[in-house]
Design a protein around this ligand. Structure first.
Ligand code: CP
Length: 323
């Protein structure tokens, strides 16, 4: 794989999106193109090519992160830099929203005035990536909005599952455990995974389940962790989102962990070939015991690596076409 091959694929792709804030904006073909290109970038890097390319030369990307992030921001920033784009970060502490009273839309319009080609927004309020996209002409990607969605995390996770079980995931049993209600990762996974034919079960305290979730999405609830884990192919942990007041939904963290933490005994209920996933940040001993995180079942670091390849692919498809 070389830069020329990558450019050819990018130029030949049918991908044509100005925004990505909802995983359902992507068709089956769009998802196929992102995943294939992510795999090509993985090959390109693993073959020892100089990571710095000129695929996005002449473009500028602003990582507008008004909530904290370790994985998403760094992977978008590194991906942009490796692709040759001028990439800068604007964070809550370095911007004028809270401290000086500027609205989100006004800040986005200000960044847009500097001719940014793409703004990647993480924000605590659901719907804000779509909102800013309606006021600016730069392209917009959501890096997570409140309790709503985290579409690039779901793409990353689909790549991780496909790499493990093959490209036809129909019938795979995925159990998502934890604080589903407050989780934007769960928000995107519940939309995406059933579309691919996976069977999704949610488990966790009933107080952490979104209202009417079984009516809105093609998922099932079973609040008994042991039953939900039995024969699963994937155990996916969603952490208790303390920053969104989730502790008010459970008696104590200790009680939660007693019932739902993925420990060795619970993990053993899943299939022998099962994997354990967590988008991170991982809360050790609350959602997953260290013994499982460090076991051969864990794919947490693969998720981080795949996040980088997925974002290289998405940025290239959104900004890299030359025809
Ligand atoms: N998975 C995820 O969104 O992690 P960060 O908050 O570190 O970006």
């Amino acid at each position: 794989m070389n830069e020329e091959n990558l450019l050819k694929k990018i130029n030949e792709s049918q991908f044509d999106h100005h925004t990505l804030y909802d995983i359902n904006q992507l068709s089956k073909d769009d998802i196929f193109e992102i995943i294939n290109l992510a795999r090509d970038f993985k090959k390109f890097i693993e073959e020892g090519n100089n990571k710095k390319t000129s695929i996005l030369r002449g473009t500028s990307i602003i990582n507008f992160f008004l909530e904290t992030s370790t994985r998403t921001r760094t992977s978008f920033e590194l991906a942009g830099k490796h692709l040759g784009s001028d990439t800068i970060n604007v964070t809550a502490s370095s911007s004028t929203g809270k401290s000086k009273g500027e609205t989100l839309v006004d800040m986005a319009r200000t960044l847009n005035s500097m001719k940014a080609d793409l703004i990647i927004l993480r924000n605590a309020s659901a719907g804000t990536p779509k909102l800013i996209s309606e006021h600016i002409d730069a392209k917009v990607i959501s890096a997570g909005d409140g309790w709503h969605q985290h579409p690039t995390q779901a793409l990353t996770d689909l790549l991780t599952i496909k790499n493990e079980f093959g490209d036809d995931p129909r019938g795979l049993k995925v159990t998502i455990v934890g604080d589903i209600k407050h989780s934007r990762v769960a928000g995107s996974l519940m939309r995406l995974l059933p579309r691919t034919g996976m069977k999704v079960t949610l488990t966790g305290p009933s107080t952490m389940m979104p209202e009417k979730v079984e009516q809105v999405f093609d998922v099932k609830i079973n609040t008994k962790a042991e039953e939900a884990f039995t024969d699963a192919d994937v155990l996916y942990n969603i952490r208790v989102q303390k920053e969104r007041g989730a502790e008010g939904d459970i008696p104590t963290i200790r009680e939660y962990a007693h019932q739902y933490c993925i420990n060795t005994a619970r993990a053993a209920l899943a299939k022998k070939s099962a994997i354990v996933m967590d988008a991170g940040p991982v809360n050790r001993e609350i959602g997953i015991r260290t013994e499982v995180i460090e076991s051969p079942m864990s794919r947490i670091e693969h998720q981080v690596q795949n996040g980088f390849y997925t974002r290289l692919a998405l940025l290239s498809l959104m900004l890299g076409k030359r025809n």
